[in-house]
Design a protein around this ligand. Structure first.
Ligand SMILES: [Zn+2]
Ligand SMILES: [Zn+2]
Length: 503
């Protein structure tokens, strides 16, 4: 699921909005089905046959899959169904939101109800998140104690999913080459198609061999896939609710564009935000030479057209001034950031604000290097002595036997890779998250076995060192965890709350 941002992804081609135009919710926009399974239906065609068909398909498939999943005792099938059902909810929400959006504006709701769809998307994320917790919980216990799964039934019901998702993808294929939104929906459908295909293959394997741990393992993968989609929707919805500058807009570029016009002396206090799923609002102050008010109307009309053509801005408001007010910077003083006054030579006036002091920077940099070195030092001996490390993992008596060798082989490489990424600074949000999660897993495993009094080898660094698990090893890991938590918050808080900063 994604929420499309731009007013019109194929570039604004319609007439530029006039001041007296009605900027209603659905004017010039597609029905913004969060383009899961979206159909290119114009707002005049919402009760159309194609939407009903899509809604029908996407409702029947997950219901059949959930019933079948319970009968076949397959958590992977249920996970696939949960995802498919969330797609149905997403379409339903945008359909309802479109209806609500048609209520238009009132003195109480002067912006209309366009953001109802954003609230709906957040609700869907919340429901999905609960479903993922259920899936992970179930899958964890089944990984521990695998239960028999009916491979034949899994294959049949995964086949139903393949047919439905494949059919939806086929419906979208023709338009997906011309429209970015529909292309996104098409790619999502391909992802759904492949998920169902994986479930089908696992069903076939289960018919052949009783590897029942395969089923919960697959549902973990599907849960990750669902969470990734949730994350995209969540960040985009929060950005809209926070009135963030639309991702595709570059405010300094717009300022430059406005100031390049001979009539405009300065453009300042720029704001741009998404009204809802479509439509970009924009306000700014424009300093011009003293002139008749009727003259500024002609100028405003020209700028309006230019902004629409160039940036897709369809709801601009200008304030004309003859003397630049306030400090005349690009960003409004209301934003709370103190900025140096504009330089007389002109040019871009807002250097990126400093969000963190240098001391924090050095501390963050040091922790990255230390944490990275720790993981590399821990990973390499395990790669060199795989058999000894597998024995150490086995002795923890937490993983099912079938997974011990896979984990013992993969974990050291993950450690070295993540450690290297931290040091080099590649894909920090992901690396820091994996690091923190791994530390939590290690501490849980250590704590569990210290608590039940097992005297086993730690296997923390070199598997041949013979170090035993103890309160000391736990304390050491907690210290490492605290450092990685610091990095986690430093990276993620900045990513979530300041996604548009240029620092
Ligand atoms: Zn989907
Ligand atoms: Zn001003």
């Amino acid at each position: 699921m994604t929420i499309p941002f731009s007013h019109n992804d194929s570039g604004p081609t319609g007439a530029a909005p006039h001041c007296g135009d009605d900027f209603s919710a659905d004017e010039g926009c597609f029905l913004r089905v969060p383009p899961d399974h979206a159909l290119p239906i114009s707002s005049t065609d919402t009760s159309g046959f194609r939407l009903l068909v899509t809604l029908g398909i996407n409702f029947v498939i997950p219901v059949v899959q959930i019933i079948g999943g319970v009968m076949a005792n397959s958590i992977a099938l249920i996970s696939d169904a949960v995802h498919n059902f969330s797609d149905f909810i997403a379409i339903l929400i945008s359909y309802i939101a479109l209806r609500i959006g048609r209520k238009g504006v009132s003195t109480r709701h002067t912006f209309g109800f366009q953001r109802a769809e954003i609230l709906g998307a957040l609700l869907n994320v919340a429901i999905l998140f609960c479903a993922v917790i259920f899936i992970v919980y179930e899958a964890f216990w089944r990984l521990w104690q695998p239960e028999p799964v009916s491979g034949g039934l899994v294959m049949i019901l995964a086949g139903v999913g393949i047919a439905g998702n494949g059919f939806s993808a086929l419906l979208l294929y023709r338009d997906s080459r011309n429209n970015l939104n529909i292309r996104g929906a098409f790619l999502h459908m391909i992802g759904d198609f492949l998920t169902s295909l994986m479930v089908l293959i696992s069903g076939a394997v289960l018919l052949w061999r009783p590897w029942y741990w395969l089923d919960p393992l697959l549902s973990f993968l599907i849960a990750i896939f669902i969470l990734k989609n949730c994350w995209t929707v969540l960040t985009e919805a929060v950005a809209i609710l926070m009135n963030a500058t639309p991702r595709e807009l570059d405010l300094p570029e717009i300022q430059k564009f406005l100031e390049s016009r001979p009539e405009i002396i300065s453009a300042h206090y720029l704001h741009a935000w998404n009204l809802g799923n479509c439509g970009i609002a924009f306000t700014c102050h424009l300093t011009v030479a003293d002139r008749l008010v009727s003259d500024t109307e002609i100028l405003a009309e020209k700028i309006r057209h230019a902004l629409f053509r160039q940036f897709g801005i369809d709801h601009p408001v200008f304030q004309f001034e003859t003397v630049t007010c306030g400090n005349g910077n690009m960003l409004c003083e209301l934003s709370g950031q103190e900025q140096p006054p504009k330089t007389p030579s002109g040019g871009l006036s807002s250097p990126a604000p400093v969000y963190r002091k240098n001391g924090y920077r050095i501390f963050g940099w040091t922790s990255r290097i230390i944490l990275g070195l720790i993981f590399i030092a821990a990973g390499i001996p395990k790669i060199l002595y795989p058999a000894e490390f597998a024995a150490a993992v086995y002795n923890y008596r937490i993983l099912p036997d079938a997974l011990v060798n896979i984990v013992a082989l993969a974990l050291p490489w993950v450690e070295v890779l993540v450690g290297g990424m931290l040091i080099v600074g590649v894909w920090m949000p992901g690396a820091v998250m994996i690091y923190t999660l791994l530390m939590l897993v290690f501490i849980t495993a250590l704590g569990y076995n210290v608590a039940r009094g097992l005297d086993i080898h730690c296997g923390c660094f070199s598997p041949t060192s013979g170090e035993l698990i103890s309160f000391w090893t736990i304390t050491r890991d907690v210290a490492i965890l605290l450092m990685s938590l610091y990095l986690f918050f430093a990276v993620w808080v900045k990513k979530i709350f300041l996604p548009y900063s240029r620092s």
